[in-house]
Design a protein around this ligand. Structure first.
Ligand SMILES: NC(=O)c1ccc[n+]([C@@H]2O[C@H](COP(=O)([O-])OP(=O)(O)OC[C@H]3O[C@@H](n4cnc5c(N)ncnc54)[C@H](O)[C@@H]3O)[C@@H](O)[C@H]2O)c1
Length: 240
């Protein structure tokens, strides 16, 4: 599709009798699709991994952790789908030939170059990207008046810019690739926001977190409109 707009007649090209040869399970199946999950090495991101693997999807996890939660290995073992945790290794030499170190830069959503290289690697390994879940996030709990610029910037960088650029890299792949069939072109992005985007939490001092999740919610709305005609659906969910 090369990033061209999806024409309405393409979106609506459906076989009216498809119910005769497709089951409801088929319609919900993610078989053959690749879902990327940022922050998927544990917690909510990892449980998304289980959900999409159960529906048949291959799972690519992008996370800062050097060691995932033990359940990650269960995901690898139990579902018969391809699963990979992305760590981005770079080679640096202290003295030519004598000492070679492999540094694990890991897949930090705040490192634009590493994140871009990771998405490229995913496309090489899996062949395509059909879905993205942005679960990477942090929640500092410190009084507003004591917050330091670096700490607030880190929260914004992970929660907002990490979501923004992961979505940008995923979209770039989704709009280039051929659809798997005539009902599935483009892709789907789910951004993990929070109930903190809607309400203040009494008992917690999470000013920057709340602001960041408000931004994620707005980003999902803006991209939902901007990317709709490219066939990329964008939604957010707000756990809490
Ligand atoms: N747990 C809750 O009650 C709750 C409620 C509302 C929203 N959320 C949101 O859901 C998401 C997941 O939350 P969780 O409770 O599972 O948290 P978690 O801390 O268990 O998991 C977050 C994951 O993100 C990864 N991560 C953090 N910074 C990263 C970075 N720079 N690059 C790549 N990965 C990074 C962590 O390594 C971790 O694996 C977060 O965005 C969080 O804000 C959680």
């Amino acid at each position: 599709m090369n990033g061209t707009l999806v024409q309405p007649q393409q979106v609506l090209k459906r076989d009216a009798d498809s119910f005769l040869h497709r089951t409801v399970q088929d319609l919900f199946s993610l078989k053959g699709r690749t879902i990327v999950i940022t922050g998927g090495a544990r917690g909510i991101g990892l449980s998304f991994g289980f959900a999409v693997a159960e529906a048949g999807a291959n799972v690519a996890i992008v996370d800062l952790l050097s060691e995932p939660h033990e359940h990650f290995y269960k995901l690898e073992k139990d579902y018969g789908v391809k699963v990979k945790l992305y760590k981005y290794f770079t080679e640096r030499r202290l003295y030519p030939i004598l000492l070679k170190f492999m540094f694990n830069d890991r897949s930090d959503v705040t490192n634009h170059a590493v994140l871009g290289a990771t998405f490229e690697e995913i496309v090489k390994d899996f062949g395509r990207i059909d879905g993205l879940v942005t679960a990477a996030g942090i929640c500092p709990d410190e009084p507003f008046i004591e917050r330091k610029p670096e700490s607030v910037a880190r929260c914004m960088n992970i929660n907002v810019l990490g979501t923004y650029f992961a979505a940008q890299f995923a979209t770039a792949s989704m709009i280039k690739q051929e659809p798997l069939d005539d009902t599935h072109r483009g892709g789907s992005i789910v951004m993990v926001a929070s109930v903190a985007a809607y309400v203040a939490s009494k008992g917690q001092t999470t000013s920057d977190y709340c602001a960041s999740k408000g931004a994620v919610l707005s980003l999902a709305k803006a991209l939902g409109v901007e990317l709709a005609m490219k066939g990329v659906r964008v939604n957010s969910i707000s756990p809490g």
